[in-house]
Structures are given as C-alpha cells and as structure tokens.
Ligand binder design. Sequence first.
Ligand code: APR
Length: 225
Amino acid sequence: MKNLVVLTGAGVSAESGIATFRDAGGLWEGHDIMEVASPEGYAANPSLVLDFYNKRRAQLKEVSPNEAHFCIAGLERNYNVNIITQNVDDLHERAGSSKVIHLHGELKKARSSKNALEIQECDGDINLGDKSADGSQLRPHIVWFGEEVPEMDRAIEIVSKADVLLIVGTSMQVYPAAGLKDYAPSHAPIYFVDPAPALDSSGRLTVIKEKAGKGVQMVVDLLSF
Ligand code: APR
C-alpha cells in the first residue's frame, strides 16, 4: 500500500465547533496566545493557564468528529495512513484513525513540569497542587511556544517516506510544523485543503480552496482516478 501522510491544523476541527487560533484575530477563546500557550504565561499565572486547558479538555466532551475526520479515517482502507496533527484534540482518534502523531501535545494527557517525557493520561481537571510521579506540579501535555517539539524527528521521517501528502486547515505560520511539507519526496503530489489557503497551487502542489468537509472528499475523489 502507498504511504499517505496527512498533516492537519485547527481548520480540520473547525466544523466540529472548535475555534481555530488565527481566525479569531490572534486570540484563543478570548486570550492572547502567549498568555495561555507559553512557559512565560504559565509562570505568570499558572491557575489561569490550567483553568484554560481544563475548559478546552471539558469541551472535548461536547464536540464530535466531522466529515473530514471520518473521510481521513476511511483512507486507511486503501493507504498506509499516518496523520501528523498540530491539534491537541482527539477527534482523529475518535473518527477511527489508527496512527496519529500530535506534534503540539494532547489535551487528554498531563505531564511533569520538570520532564516533558513523564506523561500520564488525563480525563478531568488539572489543579494547582496536583503532582506528577516525580513530585513536580502536573501541567498540560501541550507544547507551548518556545518549547521543543519532541515528535518532530518522527514526523520528518514519516513525511520523507510519503507517496502522497495531504495538508488540511493550517495557516502554515507555526514552525517547525509548517516546514514539514518540504521533506516530502519529489515524486509525492501535495494537496492542500483550506478555505483561506496560505499557499498557491504550483508544480506538484494542488490547492483546494474549500472547507475541510468538502475539500477532503474532493481529494479522495481525485486520488481514486
Ligand atoms: N476547514 C478547513 N480549514 C479551515 C476551516 C475549515 N472549516 N476554517 C478555517 N480553516 C483554516 C484557516 O483558513 C486557517 O488557514 O484553518 C487554518 C487555521 O489556522 P490557525 O488558526 O493558525 O491554526 P494552525 O495552523 O493549526 O495553528 C498552528 O499554532 O497556535 C499554535 O500550537 C498552535 O497548533 C497550533 C499552531
């Protein structure tokens, strides 16, 4: 089976009702992104940041995967599919996708404040005083701005073996994730689905200016010819 790599951003979950980041004028649910997504923001106001992610985690119980997540999951019938997502939600998994790498972490996990690799499952709230196994304060397992992206090497290896690359719903503004497409082998066609795409079609890159639900289905139709 051919290797299909899917790189997703906030736009793939937009039709599930989860707000994207930059479409809301740089605010994330009313917060400056550096206030809630940087080590400095966390140091300045840990309880605000914990509460912010507690709300995002609770929101997961209110939302469901959309057509795009299901369509991507269905590609496993014909391809060896690897998803590399920048999203911290679990909608790809809930749609049935089996191989998902979360570049920026996962809401449903918590980690030690001292060691990014000391990770545990987390279904409820994280509060000040909750401790990891190493005795440090538990924090969300989210890669904040300025922090290392531990899954990056694995992601590069996967993209470098792609026969087809599908990119969905990302502003292509945040590195190193935005640079991943450059690792796709030269024989691999690249499809990019986004209603306000940051790139234009050229060479092997085909841009489909549609929302994820419709656009991913269009790519599936193109691939089946
Ligand atoms: N379908 C597809 N794409 C959509 C839809 C939709 N229904 N609605 C919006 N989009 C697109 C927007 O046009 C935009 O290009 O989704 C993209 C969302 O961009 P961002 O909000 O910047 O999200 P993303 O690219 O995932 O952000 C990357 O930045 O804030 C950090 O760590 C955070 O993982 C995040 C990273």
